[in-house]
Ligand binder design. Structure first.
Ligand code: FAD
Length: 507
């Protein structure tokens, strides 16, 4: 049947419920923070896993490309935009069941649409011995979509927390992978490997199917969390400070949840929160408050048995004394503090306790001096693009990266907001973003071009991306040809008509 001859969305509505389908060809797609004019066919919001299977069957029949979203909060990396034109968005937000919480093993099974807040609240309600490892990306962002993109949360990469997953492949088959097979074994939901090849790795950063459910390992609550703030001393070179942190981490004396921020990132997070707390404009914040953030700073959370905490604190403070000013805070001291900055930034500290918030999102409005609505970013006139390269955890590499970024951002008048997150095998995931006003299309184009130029320069330096935005997927050429032919063969097997997220990650 020829696609144009049938009212596809209407037909789909008969299958999954008319109220669950939106036809963007009639209504026009919602605005986005990139002012991107990409055509999107529509949006379907399945109520259950069986409906996802029906949608995939339908899409295969009509060769209709699908773009799955768990919550669609992929800010800076594309938000709700598919990679290519004329996709139908499959919004999984209503597949939000939470089941089989195991308070001994610290595991839980969740639907793709479960938000950070839903799961965090559920755990509090259960009086759980475990907490969610939360990202800074809003209460409403997903756990599943974030994990599938290899998102990095407060206590590290979520990919390591996925024990099992259920996927509806592009060919319509259901695949249960990870875990010992679900045959009733005592370890069925806590042991991440079945016999034989571990297939779940195929579904991270790929486009082979729609993941409808995952079983997740949670973070144990070892004791009251202490958060170390490690600020670089003014006279110490950045590379020396970074190398001292790396050495401490290498010797396992600093927890691996290390997050480093450049001064612009720190100010962008703190200033809007102070403005909200004091009910004034961002431009009215006192310079002396802002001056407190003019150095690079790192945080790391000690989630340890109380008997170990003092030893760690002593080692960290003494070792870092020549290069950093170190302070520790716990939930109690933060609650009791009257300091304006501490009060305003409580939400950010709470990430260490597994409590998600929208607080980091306000940072996007800092440069435009706007207190934007974190529940609806596209209602503001602020946009952002992200770059996420990986670099070795050395002072020299941090310096090199910053030089590459500054050489491209500064001449165009863009401020680089940069975070460095420790990830596996002694690497840093670097999150670089800029912001712009979406009122000025020229500036949007300039931002796009600066980001692309920086993306290419970082790739040439060998700082390859840890994840790709929907804008970078089509232009990234760094795959090895043999790798590309192997994943293309798997794609053909799992998704023969190429209906799942075409163009994503080279597929
Ligand atoms: C201020 C700020 C702070 C941020 N902090 C963090 C952070 O700390 N850590 C971090 O990792 N990111 C962060 N982000 C980036 C981003 O917002 C998050 O990664 C967010 O979790 C992504 O949105 P989502 O979870 O709703 O996923 P979605 O937008 O739903 O999906 C993300 C991607 O995964 C694919 N996908 C989603 N669900 C499925 C599925 N079920 N099956 C197959 N494919 C699927 C989608 O096609 C899409 O490409 C931040 C962004 C901002 C602006």
């Amino acid at each position: 049947m020829i696609v144009e001859q049938v009212d596809l969305i209407h037909q789909l509505g008969l299958i999954v419920g008319t109220s669950r389908c939106i036809d963007y060809r009639e209504q026009g797609a919602p605005a986005n923070i990139y002012r991107d004019a990409r055509a999107i066919t529509g949006c379907v919001m399945p109520a259950d896993i069986a409906s996802v299977q029906k949608i995939i069957e339908f899409a295969n029949h009509y060769s209709m490309p699908l773009y799955p979203l768990s919550r669609g909060k992929n800010y800076g990396l594309g938000c709700r935009l598919p990679v290519e034109q004329n996709n139908l968005i499959v919004d999984l937000k209503d597949i939000d069941h939470i089941r089989d919480y195991n308070d001994e093993a610290g595991t839980v099974t969740i639907g793709a649409g479960v938000s950070q807040k839903q799961l965090a609240d559920y755990l509090v309600h259960q009086g759980a011995r475990y907490r969610l490892n939360v990202t800074g990306s809003s209460e409403d962002s997903s756990v599943v979509g974030n994990a599938l993109e290899r998102g990095v949360a407060h206590y590290g990469c979520r990919v390591n927390e996925v024990i099992a997953m259920q996927v509806i492949l592009g060919n319509g088959d259901t695949l249960q992978c990870g875990g010992p097979g679900g045959l009733g074994e005592p370890s069925w939901n806590s042991y991440a490997y079945a016999l034989g090849p571990d297939l779940k790795g195929l579904f991270f950063q790929s486009a082979f199917g729609i993941v409808v459910e995952i079983t997740l390992k949670l973070t144990p609550i070892a004791g009251p969390v202490q958060v170390a703030s490690i600020e670089k001393k003014t006279t110490v070179p950045l590379a020396q400070w970074v190398d001292t942190l790396a050495d401490l981490r290498y010797r396992n004396l600093l927890p691996d949840n290390l997050h480093i921020a450049n001064p612009a990132r720190r100010m962008s997070v703190v200033a809007p929160l102070i403005a909200r707390y004091e009910q004034k404009g961002i431009q009215d914040i006192s310079q002396s408050d802002l001056d407190r953030f003019c150095q690079f700073s790192a945080t790391s959370s000690l989630n340890l048995d109380a008997r170990l905490v003092d030893s760690y604190k002593t080692v960290i403070t003494e070792t870092l004394a020549p290069v950093a000013n170190v302070h520790f805070a716990d939930a109690e001291s933060i609650r009791a503090s009257r300091d304006v900055i501490t009060c305003a930034t409580r939400g950010v500290f709470e990430h260490a306790q597994g409590i998600p918030s929208d607080d980091a999102l306000y940072s996007l409005g800092y440069e435009q001096q706007q207190l934007l609505d974190p529940k609806d970013l596209s209602a503001s006139n602020v946009g952002t693009f992200f770059l996420v390269p990986v670099i070795p955890f050395t002072g020299a590499d941090v310096d090199t990266l910053i030089t590459i970024v500054n050489q491209r951002f500064e001449p165009q008048g863009f401020t680089p907001f940069i975070t460095f997150n420790f990830i596996e095998h002694f690497n840093l995931e670097v999150v670089i973003n800029l912001t712009y006003s979406t009122d000025d299309m020229g500036r949007v184009e300039q931002a796009k071009s600066v980001m692309l130029d920086t993306f290419e320069a970082l790739n040439r330096q060998g700082y390859l991306p840890q994840r790709l935005s929907v804008f970078q997927s089509p232009v990234f050429g760094g795959y090895h040809p043999q790798y590309l032919s192997a994943v293309t063969a798997i794609k053909r097997q799992f998704d023969p008509n190429g209906i799942i997220a075409p163009g994503k990650y080279g597929l």
